[in-house]
Design a binder for this molecule. Structure first.
Ligand code: DGL
Length: 356
C-alpha cells in the first residue's frame, strides 16, 4: 500500500507537469494555415522534377504533418480554402479568401495567419489582403518554387519560416507579408521577378527583413497605407469591378482596349513601355474610352525601382488619366479593382494610387 506522503508527492509532480505543459501550450502562438494550392502543394513524378510537376495536389493537413517542427514555433491548424494553381485565381477567390482571413483575424484564439499559395499570383493576393483586411495580426503569404517531392524542395523551410513569422509579436502591424527564400517582403512591394529559380521574389525597394532559423531580422517598414490604416474594408466588398490589363510594346493596336471596353471593363491598365508610354495612334482611342467613363491607368512593364511620372510625356491632367506610380500592371489592377468599389472619381483614384 503506497504511503499517503508518496501519493501526495506524486500528485504534486503530476499537477506541476500539467501546469507547465499548459503554460507551454499557452505560450505558443496560435497560427492558422489557409491553403489555396500552388506548387507548395505540388507533386512531381521524380525527385529530379524540380520544375515539372502538378500544382495543387497535396492537402493542407499533409503539408502540416510533413513538418513536425512547426509545433516548436506555434500551435498550428489548417483549412483548405481552395486547391488551385494560382494563375487560376479569380476576383471571387480573392473576396472569399479575404473574408475568411478577416473573420479569423477577429478571433481571440488566432494570433497569426499563413496562406499557402501558388507563386504566380502571390503578389496580387498579398497586395489585395494588404488593402482590405483590418488587423494588426501578422498575415503571411507563402509559396514555393519547387514541389515537396523534389530534391532541395524550398516549400518546407518557407512554410516553417512563414509560421514562425506569423506567430511573432514583432511582425504585427507591418502589413501583409510574403515569406520566401529567407526573405520577409511586403505584400505591397514584392513581385515574382524570376520564373525558374528559388530566389524568385524581389521587392524593388528591398525586403522588410530576413527570417533565419525562426528569428526575424527587420530593416525597414512599409511607408504606404495598409491594413488598419486602409480606407478599404473586405467586409464592405461583395464583388470586385472588372479591370483589365492591356500590354503594350511596339506596333500596338487598339484591339485589346476596345475589346476590354466592350466587355464592360470599368478601368483599363495600360501596361506600357518606359514611363507607361502611349503610342501616338492609341492616344485618341484612350481619350474616346475615357469619354465613355472608363478609367485609363498608365503603368509600366519596366519595373524594379522606378515609377510612372504624371504629366511627363502624356498630359494626364488634360486627358483625365491616372498614373499607377510604382505599381506594376498586375498590382495596379488589384488596387484599381478595390478603389473602384468605393469611388469613380479620377482625382480620388489618383490620390489612392499615390497613398497605397
Ligand atoms: N501554377 C503556378 C501557381 O500555382 C505554379 C507556380 C508555383 O506555385 O510556384 O502559381
Amino acid at each position: 500500500m503506497m504511503k499517503k506522503s508518496a501519493m501526495r508527492w506524486l500528485l504534486a509532480i503530476a499537477s506541476a507537469i500539467i501546469v507547465s505543459s499548459t503554460a507551454i501550450a499557452q505560450s505558443k502562438p496560435n497560427v492558422v494555415i489557409l491553403a489555396t494550392g500552388g506548387t507548395i502543394a505540388g507533386a512531381g513524378a521524380d525527385v529530379t522534377n524540380s520544375a515539372t510537376y502538378q500544382a495543387a495536389k497535396v492537402p493542407v493537413d499533409k503539408l502540416i504533418a510533413g513538418i513536425p517542427q512547426l509545433n516548436n514555433v506555434a500551435a498550428v491548424r489548417g483549412e483548405q480554402v481552395f486547391q488551385i494553381a494560382s494563375e487560376s485565381f479569380r476576383n471571387d477567390n480573392l473576396v472569399t479568401l479575404g473574408k475568411r482571413v478577416a473573420a479569423l483575424a477577429k478571433q481571440d484564439d488566432v494570433d497569426g495567419i499563413v496562406i499557402t499559395h501558388g507563386t504566380d499570383t502571390t503578389e496580387e493576393t498579398a497586395y489585395f489582403l494588404n488593402l482590405v483586411v483590418h488587423t494588426e495580426k501578422p498575415i503571411v503569404v507563402v509559396a514555393s518554387m519547387r514541389p515537396g517531392t523534389a530534391m532541395s524542395a524550398d516549400g518546407t523551410l518557407n512554410l516553417y519560416s512563414a509560421v514562425s513569422v506569423a506567430g511573432s509579436k514583432d511582425a504585427r502591424g507591418r502589413g501583409v507579408l510574403v515569406v520566401m527564400n529567407d526573405e520577409i517582403d511586403s505584400g505591397r512591394d514584392v513581385t515574382k521577378a524570376v520564373n525558374i529559380k528559388v530566389e524568385a521574389f524581389k521587392s524593388p525597394w528591398g525586403p522588410l527583413g530576413l527570417v533565419v532559423e525562426g528569428k526575424n531580422y527587420w530593416f525597414r517598414k512599409l511607408d504606404k497605407r495598409h491594413t488598419m490604416n486602409s480606407e478599404f474594408d473586405i467586409e464592405k466588398i461583395s464583388a470586385l469591378p472588372l479591370v483589365e490589363i492591356a500590354y503594350a510594346g511596339g506596333n500596338v493596336s487598339d484591339t485589346a482596349y476596345r475589346a476590354f471596353a466592350n466587355a464592360g471593363a470599368k478601368a483599363i491598365i495600360h501596361a506600357g513601355p518606359g514611363n507607361g508610354s502611349v503610342a501616338g495612334p492609341l492616344v485618341p482611342v484612350l481619350q474616346e474610352l475615357r469619354g465613355k467613363g472608363i478609367q485609363i491607368i498608365r503603368s509600366s512593364h519596366v519595373n524594379a525601382g522606378g515609377f510612372v511620372l504624371r504629366n511627363a510625356e502624356q498630359p494626364d491632367d488634360k486627358y483625365d488619366w491616372i498614373v499607377a506610380h510604382d505599381l506594376n500592371p498586375q498590382k495596379a489592377r488589384i488596387l484599381a479593382s478595390v478603389a473602384l468599389s468605393s469611388t469613380q472619381d479620377s482625382r480620388e483614384l489618383q490620390r489612392i494610387f499615390m497613398e497605397y
